[in-house]
Design a protein around this ligand. Structure first.
Ligand code: ATP
Ligand code: MG
Length: 356
């Protein structure tokens, strides 16, 4: 036997169902490793809203330094009604994304066998997209302020600016084209709102045209975000890779996962493609306080994120094996509540492990 490769993974389950789905994903990953010639060395961090109540911070002050040494971060979800959402989000998830320059957020969306989509033509349409989200600037750049001109009650003004840089647009658009070139359907759709937002979004459009010209073997088109929302529902078969700004891709990927059947299905990777820092893998959904603690959360988004992590760690065969095990599980009718089934979070994890 050769030397066993060990991956050091930081688990940050954080809040609500994040804890339940990360536990499920860890079980699946450990089962995969025990059957393979690699291992996971886990460290779990108790950051999140409870930690905030105790310490006034969402994560340790030197949290990024602590995470730096890991091969990847396996993340749950952030947010709880006790902490304002913008505080919890910026205090932990966005702190990691920005601190580690995870500028590409990759969110695959596809139909799973045995899962009914709300799309009428679901049975006939092989929906298989990747939403590529700009993850470092745009509308979530954190620029602006409140109280700029408050002259008494009712007169407050707030400014929220978007930041678009040519380099930032170029790297995410290029990432989308490189990804599309590896897919069966070599097509990239760019999404903006450049008719109404005439600076940043027009810069994005200009960069998109320039980069598209360098990829003659990849088809491309551009679409306004409002029209794109309709196109997701009406003509999903046209799409392959969809690249959009931070805000637009955030909204479209929730729409995409709902069209695939549930918010609980969608996986995502926050990548630092240069690999200067660890990348972070997390389900697209949030902490779902309405169902947290009941053991019924859908872990498929988190388990799919584990597959993305395996791929990133250089284990593409194991990633594909895990994807097939997820498909076998839903095909066998082992479905969570949000997909009309009765299986618990744990039962789904066990069914995936059985299918491996
Ligand atoms: P965030 O702001 O963190 O994105 P959110 O407020 O958009 O969070 P979610 O926590 O994603 O909301 O939940 C939205 C809805 O989807 C809720 O009704 C929730 O129960 C449901 N949901 C989310 N994740 C899951 C899951 N893993 N399994 C089942 N249902 C889920
Ligand atoms: Mg959300």
């Amino acid at each position: 036997m050769g030397a066993m490769k060990t991956f050091r993974i930081a688990a940050v389950p954080a809040d609500g169902v994040g804890r339940e789905v990360v536990a499920a994903g860890r079980e699946v990953l450990d089962a995969l490793a025990s059957a393979g010639d690699f291992a996971f060395d886990w460290a779990e961090f108790d950051w999140g809203c409870d930690y905030y109540q105790r310490t006034g911070r969402m994560m340790a002050e030197d949290g990024l330094d602590q995470l730096k040494a890991f091969d990847a971060v396996y993340f749950g979800a952030v947010g709880w009604p006790s902490v304002p959402d913008h505080v919890s989000l910026w205090g932990l998830r966005l702190a990691v994304c920005q601190g580690f320059d995870q500028w590409a957020n990759v969110r695959p969306v596809r139909f799973l066998p045995g899962v009914t989509s709300p799309l009428r033509k679901a049975d006939h349409v092989p929906l298989d997209w990747v939403v590529v989200r700009e993850n470092s600037e745009g509308e979530y750049a954190g620029l602006g302020g409140r109280n700029l001109a408050a002259r008494g009650p009712g007169s407050e003004v707030a400014v929220q600016s978007s930041l678009f840089t040519e380099a930032g647009c170029e790297r995410i658009i290029r990432y989308a084209f490189e990804l599309a070139a590896t897919r069966e359907r070599k097509h990239v759709t760019s999404v903006t709102k450049s008719n109404a937002q005439q600076f940043g979004m027009v810069l994005w459009d200009d960069v998109f045209r320039r980069v598209a010209a360098e990829y003659p073997h990849v088809d491309s088109d551009s679409c306004l975000v409002d029209a794109m929302a309709a196109r997701f529902v009406l003509r999903p078969e046209e799409l392959s890779v969809v690249v959009a700004s931070n805000l637009h891709a955030d909204i479209l990927s929730d729409l995409g996962s709902a069209l695939a059947g549930s918010l609980g299905l969608a996986a995502s990777a926050n990548l630092n493609p240069e690999r200067r820092f660890p990348s972070m893998f997390e389900p697209v959904h949030g902490s779902a306080p309405d169902i947290a603690g009941q053991g019924i959360a859908n872990p498929i988004g988190a388990i799919g994120s584990a597959a993305l992590m395996l791929d990133h760690l250089g284990l593409p065969d194991e990633a594909a094996r895990l994807e097939r095990a997820i498909e076998a599980t839903t095909a066998a009718g082992v479905l969570p509540r949000d997909l009309g089934g009765t299986a618990s979070t744990k039962e789904i994890a066990l069914a995936v492990i059985d299918s491996l």
